[in-house]
Design a protein around this ligand. Structure first.
Ligand SMILES: Cc1ncc(CO)c(N)n1
Length: 230
């Protein structure tokens, strides 16, 4: 029998869940990357962690303007005014995050002003920039935003699970994205994305799915900078 769900069936369960099942392998590749697993089992190379720290600071500086464009799209296009509040809370946590990167890097002896973005980071930032265009639909942008946050939430939450051997000096980093509050915030983003995807034309739906896959690929490449393929 045909295993494909009708559009109507998918809308009930939520498009994101459907896509997560369909793209399970690449999602797992992004959320259970060897770098994350090395944090979780305590074998992480601290030089690799410092590389990630410096590179992620550069990424977050590009991510904030992307989120600003999502906020603008929500203001213009959303059918629900609470969307804006969720996005704005995300921007506020990015503000904290940037301050955290600065103090954390001082602690680790990483000079942020001297960090040179690696190719995977440049590619990811360029991809984000392409999504800042007003031509990109709100539905595509909010789905992208959710995916970017959700990968970090799932990855770092894994390092906090019972039985994980995450080194003490990395637990705060893991809590930053792996804490329950951040999990709830990701759920709020997922709910918005599902609501929008449930009533979007097929061509936009396809664009959102393709963009989601690109995010997952970029996340894998991003982790690879610190661990694995050079
Ligand atoms: C590469 C990357 N993806 C996602 C997040 C989540 O904020 C981040 N800080 N960095």
């Amino acid at each position: 029998m045909e295993g494909k769900k009708t559009r109507e069936e998918v809308e009930k369960s939520g498009m994101i869940d459907t896509w997560m099942k369909k793209h399970r392998l690449i999602y797992t590749g992004a959320t259970k990357h060897p770098f994350i697993l090395s944090i979780r089992d305590g074998t992480v190379d601290l030089e690799a962690f410092k590389t990630w720290l410096g590179q992620d600071y550069i990424f977050v500086r590009a991510f904030a303007p992307f989120v600003a464009t999502v906020l603008i799209k929500a203001w213009k296009e959303s059918d629900d005014c609470s969307d804006m509040e969720v996005i704005l809370s995300g921007m506020a946590s990015l503000n904290d995050e940037i301050a955290w990167f600065k103090s954390e890097s001082t602690m680790w002896g990483v000079q942020l002003s001297e960090v040179v973005p690696q190719k995977a980071n440049q590619d990811y930032c360029r991809f984000l920039e392409s999504l800042m265009s007003p031509d990109v639909e709100y539905t595509v942008a909010i789905t992208t935003f959710w995916a970017i946050e959700a990968v970090y939430q799932a990855s770092f939450a894994l390092c906090l699970e019972d039985g994980s051997k995450t080194p003490a000096e990395l637990r705060e980093t893991c809590r930053r994205w792996g804490n329950d509050g951040f999990g709830q915030y990701c759920n709020s983003l997922q709910k918005i994305a599902n609501r929008r995807l449930g009533k979007t034309p097929d061509d936009v739906l396809t664009k959102a799915e393709v963009t989601l896959l690109r995010v997952l690929e970029h996340e894998v490449e991003f982790w690879n900078m610190s661990h694995g393929a050079a």
